[in-house]
Design a protein around this ligand. Structure first.
Ligand SMILES: Nc1ncnc2c1ncn2[C@@H]1O[C@H](COP(=O)(O)OP(=O)(O)OP(=O)(O)O)[C@@H](O)[C@H]1O
Ligand SMILES: [Mg+2]
Length: 250
């Protein structure tokens, strides 16, 4: 039986602009399971990014309850900052690396706030090696390919061993070759046990998931369970996901 790592109940999110209110998340109730690679899909404006920001505590919900590993963090800035610095990580569409730092420094620097330099450097070295990035450890972002930059951003997100890794369109700014490199890395770390929640528009990227949630007008409309990602059943998997998305009029 799978363990729930994020338990979200009746999430509502409203945006107010002047006198108008827009309900962007409408009573979303979901469990995210430990070790899963969950993908969230849906049309533009359906609330995917908003849901991801709310689940990762980067944005505040209007009402509802979210618990991470059995603990609620609402209301206390101290526990929220502990949560963000130690337990969850985010990868954005463009990796947002600092241009003046090398790959090694981009990965390691945020870690120095939380841990000793020696421990962080050792973990950075280990991560870069594991993710086959050690040969570009001394490169600055302008000396990396788009795929390498995104993989360094993923390495940075993994430095703190997050309970959950969130990603919003992490391959959206990459061409298909670099996108595949980043996705291969997500698959690799997920197979090693990393829980991932990813938003994507891309059918190919969605195939990496073992579970796809479909969001429509701020509600989870449908859900598809897939087995573990295997290179050899790709065609069948793609047909299955495509049929699911067609049913939702994606
Ligand atoms: N800060 C904000 N203030 C007001 N409205 C917002 C804000 N952020 C998002 N919205 C609105 O909320 C709705 C959902 O936005 P969201 O970014 O979650 O959609 P999305 O599904 O991620 O879309 P896309 O696929 O285009 O990235 C949209 O109508 C958007 O205009
Ligand atoms: Mg979005």
């Amino acid at each position: 039986m799978k363990k729930t790592i994020i338990k979200a109940r009746d999430l509502c999110k409203e945006y107010r602009t002047g006198d108008t209110r827009q309900t962007v998340l409408n009573n979303v109730t979901i469990d995210i399971y430990e070790g899963d690679f969950t993908v969230i899909m849906g049309r533009s404006g359906s609330g995917k990014s908003t849901l991801l920001y709310c689940l990762s505590y980067m944005d505040q919900i209007t009402s509802g309850v979210i618990a991470l590993d059995g603990k609620e963090y609402i209301g206390s800035p101290k526990s929220l900052s502990e949560l963000c610095s130690k337990q969850i990580s985010f990868v954005f569409q463009s990796g947002n690396l600092l241009p003046d730092l090398t790959a090694f420094e981009n990965v390691a620097y945020p870690g120095y706030l939380a841990d000793s330099k020696k421990a962080v450097n050792a973990r950075t070295e280990e991560l870069l090696k594991k993710l086959s990035l050690d040969h570009i450890a001394d490169h600055h972002p302008n000396e990396m390919s788009g795929g390498e930059m995104q993989r360094v951003a993923i390495a940075r997100a993994l430095l703190k061993n997050p309970k959950v890794l969130f990603a919003d369109e992490p391959t959206g700014a990459l061409n298909s070759v670099y996108g595949k490199q980043a996705l291969d890395l997500f698959t690799q770390i997920n197979k090693e046990g990393q829980t991932i929640v990813m938003v994507t528009h891309d059918l190919k990227a969605s195939l990496r998931a073992n579970r796809i949630l479909y969001l429509s007008d701020g509600k989870i409309e449908a859900e598809l369970e897939l087995g573990e990602y295997e290179d050899d059943d790709l065609e069948k998997r793609e047909q299955k996901v495509y049929a699911f998305l067609q049913q939702q009029q994606w």
